[in-house]
Ligand binder design. Structure first.
Ligand SMILES: *Cc1c(COP(=O)(O)O)cnc(C)c1O
Length: 388
């Protein structure tokens, strides 16, 4: 660690910084699978790149520092990271998950780990009493997202960490929507942080990656073993890209959040908008808790247009804002959770938690705010049904 105190500097100087042999300010891309050994059993710390690679190690040390953990692990995708974390469980174990987690997290539990005897319980984790009620002897872990996807529900991280300690559970937080710039779950007592680095950390919609951070040596050892044994590692070039992206995370997030707050206000006041979910509104039920555990409300929001609007036309008419899965890129992206990101969740569960057919999720980009607002405005206008 260099001489700095603030996260804006850590984003740029954190972790293993630069290259000692040449003085290069950036960690080189060590595009190698193996490392020549001086003699039997004598090497420079690297033997094979599944096990360890210097470019990946630089990224892993950086994310560990940013999340205030002791060890970081980089994976080929957010799902590979989550799969590795869930590999800490064994047959007969159950995991509690938030009732609107990322669709892929639900899917891997429902369709893959279920085959190996690992169960799950869907709970509204914003309600700590409901979480405690769901803890049975076979529950071994709890995985939360806050704000959640796509309804931006807030879960009390310190409360979850307290419950986890009381019952001996692993607490896991998916910090994709906030990033360590806005929220650091380990500081609230959470054991494991996971990221889809594909989103804000990557930030340019040009790579797929996942990260895990832990704050305990025995957990680090177990996860390092799983990472090497199952092999879903991030490649050196993508590790380099991610280090490069993280340097600008702070200024990107500042602009994302500023734009999102503006769009949220605009939509809230719009007569064509029936409902809006945004953790930055003081009248949002999770506002106080979010304010205590995060820097601000982030840059994601979801909303429903009134029945007078045809949402298919709304999506078709957007010109600047792109209709696409994913989020957290510099460009504004909009999606229809019910048929896209959350299609793998059965319709009855979707409707029950509020992921309706009319729900629209918006990842506010860092374009000029007037351009974003004007695009949304004209699309809402054109989507209004003629007879209404
Ligand atoms: C996208 C996403 C994931 C999955 O990550 P990939 O990089 O797409 O594998 C997990 N959690 C959240 C909250 C996400 O948004």
């Amino acid at each position: 660690m260099g001489t700095y105190e603030h996260i804006e500097s850590a984003l740029i100087h954190g972790g293993i910084y630069g290259d000692k042999t040449t003085g290069a300010v950036n960690t080189p891309i060590y595009q190698t699978s193996t490392y020549e050994q001086e003699s039997l059993g004598k090497h420079k710390g690297y033997e094979y790149s599944r096990t360890g690679n210097p470019t990946r190690a630089a990224l892993e040390s950086l994310i560990a520092e940013l999340e205030r953990g002791t060890a970081g692990f980089a994976f080929a995708s957010g799902m590979a990271a989550i799969a590795a974390v869930l590999s800490l469980l064994k047959s007969g174990d159950n995991v509690i998950i938030s009732d609107n987690v990322y669709g892929g997290t639900f899917r891997i539990l429902d369709k893959v780990w279920g085959n190996f005897g690992i169960g799950y319980k869907i709970v509204d984790t914003s309600d700590l009493t409901a979480v405690e009620r769901a803890v049975t002897p076979d529950v071994k872990a709890i995985l939360v997202e806050t704000p959640s996807n796509p309804l931006l529900t807030i879960t009390d991280l310190a409360g979850i960490a307290r419950l986890a300690k009381k019952y001996g559970l692993l607490s896991i937080a998916d910090n994709t929507f906030m990033t360590p710039y806005l929220q650091r779950p380990i500081e609230h007592g959470i054991d494991i942080v996971v990221h889809s680095a594909t989103k804000y950390l990557g930030g340019h919609s040009d790579l797929i990656a996942g990260l895990v951070v832990v704050n305990d040596n025995s957990l680090a050892e177990r996860l390092g073993f799983i990472q090497n044994a199952t092999g879903g590692i991030l490649q050196p070039f993508d590790s380099f890209l991610l280090i490069r992206s993280i340097k600008t995370l702070g200024i990107r997030m500042d602009r994302h959040v500023e734009n999102a707050a503006h769009i949220a206000d605009y939509l809230k006041a719009h007569e064509g908008v029936k409902k809006i979910y945004y953790p930055g509104f003081p009248d949002n039920s999770g506002y106080e808790i979010n304010r205590q555990q995060a820097k601000n409300g982030g840059a994601m929001l979801s909303f429903e247009l009134t029945e007078e609007h045809d949402i298919r036309i709304f999506f078709d008419e957007l010109r600047l804002v792109a209709l696409a899965e994913s989020l957290g890129g510099v460009e504004s992206l909009v999606c229809h959770p019910a048929s896209m990101t959350h299609a793998s969740i059965p319709q009855d569960i979707r409707e029950k938690v509020g992921i309706t057919e009319r729900l629209i999720r918006l990842s506010v980009g860092i374009e000029n705010i007037e351009d974003i607002r004007n695009d949304i405005e004209q699309a809402i206008k054109k989507s209004k049904r003629a007879n209404s």
